[in-house]
Design a protein. Structure first.
Length: 176
């Protein structure tokens, strides 16, 4: 596997990975995070993915020798309003999605390590992310296994009901 920089053209890769995650979650009865409708079939979600890939920093994990993306990480220096203000300059992970067919193969860990390296190279001492905190809390626990610590819990009011979230962070030591 290798990780490369993406860009505006990466929105279709992001949507394909999100669609796969929705299908995987729905097949397991875990619809609280993203529901059952594929992201690529929701115009507002397509626009959000396109905007994210156009305006933020995109990194894509791919198999050596080519093939469909294994995962994608989309980051920026600006956190969403619900995440609150950090106590130091940060790199914020807005999207971290992996192909569920490669679950357990280290794709997510590799993308987090790459994000940490990006933060370090930019002189940023903090890497933050947020995720769905509902259900059994396994997604929050996965981020903790990847080196993040819980900070702020939040709730986003949605038409289909409240969406519980969790902000997590990890300190990034300076280069040297």
């Amino acid at each position: 596997m290798h990780i490369r920089t993406g860009g505006p053209g990466s929105a279709q890769d992001l949507l394909a990975l999100l669609d796969g995650a929705v299908a995987w979650l729905a097949a397991r009865g875990r619809t609280g995070q993203w529901g059952t409708v594929p992201w690529s079939q929701r115009p507002e979600s397509v626009a959000r993915a396109e905007r994210s890939c156009r305006e933020q920093f995109v990194r894509i994990a791919e198999p050596d020798g080519g093939g469909a993306p294994l995962g994608i990480c989309v980051m920026s220096r600006q956190a969403p309003a619900y995440a609150g203000t950090a106590d130091r300059p940060e790199l914020y992970v807005h999207w971290l999605v992996t192909d569920r067919a490669h679950r357990g193969s280290g794709v997510g860990a590799a993308l987090v390590a790459d994000a940490r390296r990006e933060a370090r190279e930019r002189g940023l001492g903090l890497l933050r992310v947020d995720c769905y905190a509902g259900g059994d809390g396994r997604l929050v626990e996965q981020y903790e296994r990847l080196g993040f610590t819980r900070t702020t819990a939040f709730t986003v009011d949605r038409p289909d009901g409240p969406w519980p979230g969790q902000v997590l962070e990890q300190r990034v030591p300076a280069r040297g």
